[in-house]
Design a protein around this ligand. Sequence first.
Ligand SMILES: NC(=O)C1=CN([C@@H]2O[C@H](COP(=O)(O)OP(=O)(O)OC[C@H]3O[C@@H](n4cnc5c(N)ncnc54)[C@H](OP(=O)(O)O)[C@@H]3O)[C@@H](O)[C@H]2O)C=CC1
Ligand SMILES: CC(=O)C(=O)O
Ligand SMILES: [Mg+2]
Length: 549
Amino acid sequence: MNLIVGSAVHSPPSSSSCANQQYRTINNMAQVSLQVRTSLDLANARFKGDTTISYELILEKFRSIEKPIDKYLTLRDLLRLAPRVYYDLLLKHTEEILPYIYTPTVGEACENYHKLPLKTRGMYLTLHDKGNVLKKLQAWPVQDVKVAVITDGERILGLGDLGRNGMGISEGKITLYTAAAGVNPMQCLPICVDIGTNNPAYLEDPDYRGIKAPRVTGAEFDEFMGEVMESLQAWQAHMLVQFEDFGNNNAFRLLDSWRHKMCAFNDDIQGTACITLAGLLSAARATGKPFNEHRVLFLGAGEAGTGIGELIATYLHLRHGMTMEEGRQHCFFMDSRGLVCKSRTNLQHHKQPFAHDVESCPDLKSAIAALKPTALVGVSTIAKAFDREVVEAMCGLNDRPIIFPLSNPTSKSECTYQEAYEWSKGKVLFASGSPFDPITDAGVVHYPAQANNAYIFPAVGYAAILAKSKEITDEMFVLASEELSSMTDMEELEQGRLFPPFQSIRAISKVLTARVAEKMVDAGLGTAPEGCNDWESYVASNMWNADAL
Ligand SMILES: NC(=O)C1=CN([C@@H]2O[C@H](COP(=O)(O)OP(=O)(O)OC[C@H]3O[C@@H](n4cnc5c(N)ncnc54)[C@H](OP(=O)(O)O)[C@@H]3O)[C@@H](O)[C@H]2O)C=CC1
Ligand SMILES: CC(=O)C(=O)O
Ligand SMILES: [Mg+2]
């Protein structure tokens, strides 16, 4: 195959190229700072009405910065020093900028957060705040907060326990509420809860600024998180809380404790499920096989995996009349110990509903041979786990195999787009968690889909904010999946586009927000705001943009 990989416009970073980089020298820092300053001068002149300074020049400066992490830092400087330029860039060039504020670069930023010259506008809540969390919230300079993204840093992307450095992920996600859905940035609060870390390198690193003690667990964790959640509830009349990148020993329990008491959801469990169901619905259309005849094999049975499995079952229950148990029979899971099946003992709670009555399989290849899946979903954090043999085995079973390596960042992806495309001879229906470049094959461009919860949480979250919804039910996520999937036609599916391009995320979010908010009101969970006669126009006129600054 004679493939051309890459886009002519810009190259999203690959994590391998930024892995193990030495961090910026003083020289390098000065250079980046200079670049920012130049951008600022240009930007300020522009906003003071100097029409000789072009917007393109600012963008050109940004594009000339080589290392992804330096682009990340430059954007952070812009956000702090010239927010209007930052949001202008972000809103006009969302798809290009996204990899530098989000995955994969945010992963590198989090790993090294304590060594980077960063000032956060987020809030740290630490064990030392015990008993005083509400007071701390009430003393915060911004008092009208509509959404908080909160992490304890235990499972940042597929990178493990990054402790207090997890603030970077809350910041990245919160930015997307504004960029993707139009939530006023002043009403968005990133929070990092510091309850210790089990990361041995950080515990010994003199520069690490978090609590240098093992994480608190069990009742102590629940007590502190209970205080945090009750305080947030007491602080604002209505507030959306997004749980992000908690470890799976706490994430499911935390979600179950709070999802019906306030408007709280877990992005890794529910947001990921929503985007993946949307991708699977689109891919199923491309195969021509009805969705209820598909069988999904997951590598990884954690938050993302079993969250997706539950939403698939919910979809099959709501739309195909199956029981939840019958729906779950369409999903099979491999974890680090092999196939999740009935004969396994001591299974974690979230895996138990998927412990089907099948023979155990020690590895992925034997599971593919035994279960004959139509779709393979990677949520394992194991880079390269989908090798040539795995892809070829999927091709042996399916004309159009569905292969979604969803692990983030790029360095953890179960395979690349190029690998899946080549090994499947172009037959694959592909979506990854982090972005890959398009491929040109015989003059035809094929696009990898990015199945990332970033398509979903800003819109579903904004719907909950606008409708002041009491909670976000699974039905809302099913609806959002269907709506998003319906936005691509067969011609786009043939090009590999399982979703519309992220560049049009504001238009996508407008529709998703409107549909979900309307449904929340119909379901009696929320109320239509005053003056809202038509949800789409209401959402459109309530999307914040940089002109507001
Ligand atoms: N694209 C997207 O939008 C999203 C992507 N993700 C990505 O998905 C990945 C997983 O996240 P999450 O589910 O929350 O993490 P969890 O820690 O909850 O789950 C990870 C799972 O992978 C399994 N696993 C680990 N090693 C292996 C192995 N060698 N073979 C098979 N399975 C293995 C673990 O097994 P065991 O249970 O035995 O420990 C566990 O079941 C991350 O990289 C994350 O970035 C997550 C959310 C959204
Ligand atoms: C995308 C995301 O939420 C994750 O990888 O954890
Ligand atoms: Mg996450």
